[in-house]
Write a new protein. Structure first.
Length: 130
């Protein structure tokens, strides 16, 4: 059984998120998703997500093809998570291209193209303007 792991904030879930999860799942038989905590987000982007980590975790868990979810507490712990969940493949969107190549010693690392024309940042800007 091929186990795939991926990570993200998945705040204000949209079709780009759903598609990358489905494409990640198609690379194996079991999909594990690390949902970044509010604290990790705050340290990365200096802002709080719209939905709490608990809501984001619950939403991601409800998506067909997602087999297991957990909280990602730090970007630097990816190697530990890969080992803990016995992942064979790490999938990230290509906005992270090259960033996680160091984990190629632990598992296959695949960067998938992002869905064009949609992002949480743009969605929030549209909602604010309407
Ligand atoms: N994504 C996508 N297409 C979009 C938007 C996002 O394919 N239009 C992908 C991203 O490339 C990422 C995943 O959806 O792989 C989750 O995106 P974010 O929620 O923006 O995740 P991010 O804040 O980049 O957190 O350890 C890494 C972080 O947890 C990733």
């Amino acid at each position: 059984m091929k186990r795939v792991i991926t990570f993200g904030t998945f705040d204000v879930l949209h079709v780009g998120h759903v598609r990358i999860l489905q494409r990640a799942r198609a690379l194996g038989d079991y999909l594990i998703v690390g949902v970044s905590t509010d604290a990790l987000n705050f340290s990365k982007k200096q802002k709080r997500p719209v939905y709490s980590q608990f809501d984001r975790l619950e939403i991601v868990k409800s998506i067909a093809g997602v087999d297991e979810v957990f909280f990602e507490h730090s970007l630097e712990l990816k190697g530990e998570y890969i080992k803990q969940f016995s992942a064979d493949v790490l999938v990230m969107g290509n906005d992270w291209e090259g960033r996680f190549d160091e984990y190629k010693s632990l598992c296959e690392v695949v960067y998938l193209p992002r869905t064009e024309g949609i992002s949480t940042t743009e969605l929030l800007a549209e909602i604010r303007a309407s």
